[in-house]
Design a protein around this ligand. Structure first.
Ligand SMILES: C=C(O[C@H]1C=CC=C(C(=O)O)[C@@H]1O)C(=O)O
Length: 339
């Protein structure tokens, strides 16, 4: 099978990149290149230029890729155990209550067995995911990952950087209580403050009022932010400046806490793609660069599948509430992928 990279914009425009891919440390001129890395940004050459780039639409996706006769997958999911996650939750909450830490996002991963079919066919579902999400995918013969995320890390067009804080979660039916929920608002505003601090070193930051974002079965607080850069910036440098935000990482974003987060992620077998930046630079003279946060997706290696979800822990977090939120997030992915 040819290696594949996939990116779909909220408006529906989408691109398939077919390998082999050439890797670069900095984005090459002319666009038509993907940004692929893991959560810890371990790939020093994350810009991947495909041998062939094709703009695709829902009706042309299957014919363009061929899928080599692959059938949609069946996956048997196993209920996740609580104990390791509960331990991480308690330790994080203790640090928050002691005011050493403001927020951290542990991740729980549900595992599954692919009993038949090929997950690559799920790209068709990602292609038709809700229009306020960005579709992403990275697939090779051994495995891959894909999903549809509502979270933009940044969009860079000329000197303008747009980003968003997306944090705070409820079920769509609970909207009235959500709007005044102090704990959810705090969880959200921590992300806004972080982004404002980071971006204000680059130029003057404008923030829009806190609003709502509804995706498959979930409601979030969302705030848009924008800055006009005082000096030009390379998109790879912006990734390093902003990632990980406290919507998927921790605050303070300092090495000892990042090390703790990595420790929890490894204990809880979190796949490397989860919460990582994934991006695409549109082809063209003055290309727009889109980098999103890879959440609301699944990964696989051979016949083993992983379905991760994370939740922000702050002082007011309660275990049962967070456990339910993690389940709602995974159910939203299952529904979006039609699994
Ligand atoms: C980490 C996830 O969501 C992030 C995005 C929106 C709301 C979130 C929250 O309320 O915790 C998370 O920050 C996930 O979907 O697994």
């Amino acid at each position: 099978m040819t290696d594949i990279a996939f990116f779909r914009l909220p408006g529906g425009r989408a691109w398939i990149g077919q390998g082999p891919f050439e890797s670069f440390a900095e984005a090459p001129a002319g666009g038509g290149v993907f940004y692929v890395n893991d959560f810890d940004l371990t790939d020093a050459k994350p810009w991947k230029k495909p041998a062939r780039l094709i703009e695709v639409a829902p009706e042309t996706l299957a014919t363009t890729t061929g899928w080599n006769g692959a059938q949609p997958p069946h996956i048997q999911w196993a209920k996740p155990a609580t104990e390791w996650f509960k331990m991480a939750f308690r330790r994080i909450r203790r640090e928050v209550l002691a005011r050493r830490l403001e927020k951290m996002v542990p991740v729980l991963t549900e595992s599954g067995t692919i009993t038949e079919g090929d997950p690559v066919r799920l790209l068709e579902r990602v292609m038709s995911a809700p229009t306020n999400t960005w579709g992403y995918g990275w697939v090779n013969a051994q495995g891959g990952y894909l999903g549809a995320t509502p979270e933009l890390l940044f969009r860079l067009q000329g000197q303008t950087v747009e980003t968003m804080a997306l944090a705070g979660t409820a079920k769509p039916g609970d909207q009235a209580a959500f709007l005044t929920d102090v704990k959810e608002i705090e969880e959200h505003e921590i992300v806004v403050r972080y982004l404002t601090d980071r971006l204000s070193t680059l130029g003057q930051v404008q923030r829009e009022p806190r609003g709502l974002c509804q995706t498959t079965g979930l409601l979030h607080f969302q705030s848009h932010l924008r800055v006009t850069l005082e000096r030009p910036s390379e998109p790879g440098a912006l990734v390093k400046e902003l990632h990980p935000t406290p919507a998927v990482g921790c605050l303070p974003r300092e090495e000892p806490w990042l090390a703790r987060l990595r420790e929890y992620r490894s204990q809880l077998n979190v796949p490397g793609f989860f919460g990582a930046p994934f991006g695409f630079i549109e082809p063209g003279e003055i290309p727009t660069c889109h980098v999103v946060v890879a959440i609301r997706g699944m990964s696989w290696a051979g016949n083993q599948a992983q379905l991760p979800s994370g939740c922000g822990i702050v002082g007011g977090s309660a275990f049962d509430h967070e456990w339910r939120e993690l389940r709602l997030k995974r159910e939203s992915v299952i529904a979006m992928l039609g699994l």
